[in-house]
Write a protein that binds this ligand. Structure first.
Ligand code: NCD
Length: 301
């Protein structure tokens, strides 16, 4: 059984292999066109999604598999009739070979894995983790930087509720000599459990309050959206750290700018023309990384 639940579970070697397979699939996509023939993957989403669901579904189709799906499971599945997630999983696992699950509860994927007879792939669990996003993030960094050792990465924005950040920092901790700058407002700081995790793994974590505290030659800036939908206090207003041309002028030509998307105002559209802005490429890599993950899970290494 090969569930994908949290970035805790990966070894450095897993990433090396996954990146190599992703390169191979990108270079020879059609050669993998029948890999999932006869297999059915369920995509069950209790929260909105564009990239994650569609790139997973495109990945399944490009590998020759079939899909059963509910894109608005909170309202369109039996959840509305009061069925528990675990009962839903116990039923769906009999219809398919793997379940890609996005849910608003941080523990959902782990709980589903306890009862599922097929692999569960966490496609985002509340404000917890989003491991497949960070695999594609790490792959993107690898493509632009060649190596993840010795990197400096600034994570910016909502570090409290941003599940993509939580997963990414855990993956980065697999590499040597990593420095992470955490730029956020005080109310959206990286939770203590992740700061502790990083320190235990020997990562240097530096909280920041302004772009000026991030070095000119930082390798990666990873901007994120404020997850207002997760705020308990709906009146809370948090000023965003907007990245525009003026901000980008303070960074090296080698610094890359990433974002898991969707963005709102936190990256000005003018920055899209900047060669260092790689977020659309990053989202395109997502489909290939997910192909490679599904291949590993359903066909075997
Ligand atoms: C992210 C998510 O759902 O956590 N989106 C994604 O999967 N690419 C980020 C976000 O919603 O802000």
């Amino acid at each position: 059984m090969y569930h994908i639940l949290s970035c805790d579970q990966f070894l450095r070697q897993d990433l090396t292999e996954l990146f190599a397979l992703t390169d191979e699939i990108r270079a020879n996509t059609s050669r993998f066109g029948k890999a999932l023939q006869g297999k059915i993957v369920a995509t069950i989403f209790y929260e909105p999604s564009t990239r994650t669901r569609l790139s997973f579904e495109a990945a399944i189709l490009r590998l020759g598999g079939s899909i059963i799906s509910t894109e608005n499971a909170k309202e369109m599945s039996s959840a509305i009739k009061g069925e528990s997630l675990l009962d839903t999983i116990r039923v769906i696992d009999g219809y398919c070979d793997a379940i890609v699950l996005r849910h608003y509860d941080n523990r959902a994927a782990a709980n589903a894995a306890e009862v599922s007879s097929v692999p569960i792939i966490n496609a985002g669990s509340g404000s917890g983790e989003h491991p497949t996003q960070s695999l594609l993030d790490a792959y993107t960094i690898y493509k632009y930087k060649k190596n993840l050792d010795g990197l400096s990465v600034a994570v910016v924005g909502d570090l409290l509720f941003g599940r993509t950040v939580h997963s990414l920092v855990k993956l980065l901790a697999l590499f040597r000599d990593i420095t992470i700058y955490g730029l956020s407002r005080e109310v959206l700081e990286l939770p203590y459990e992740y700061v502790t995790y990083l320190r235990q793994k020997g990562v240097s974590y530096i909280p920041c309050r302004s772009f000026a505290e991030i070095p000119y030659d930082v390798d990666v800036i990873y901007q994120t959206r404020t997850q207002t939908e997760r705020f308990e206090n709906t009146d809370l207003q948090v000023e965003e750290f907007v990245i525009d041309e003026a901000v980008m002028k303070n960074f090296s030509p080698q610094t890359i700018l990433m974002h898991p998307l969707p963005r709102r105002n936190e990256i000005s559209p003018e920055v899209d023309q900047d060669k260092r802005a790689v977020y659309f490429q990053q989202s395109h890599y997502g489909m290939y990384v997910r192909m490679s993950l599904l291949y590993n899970i359903l066909v075997g290494k």
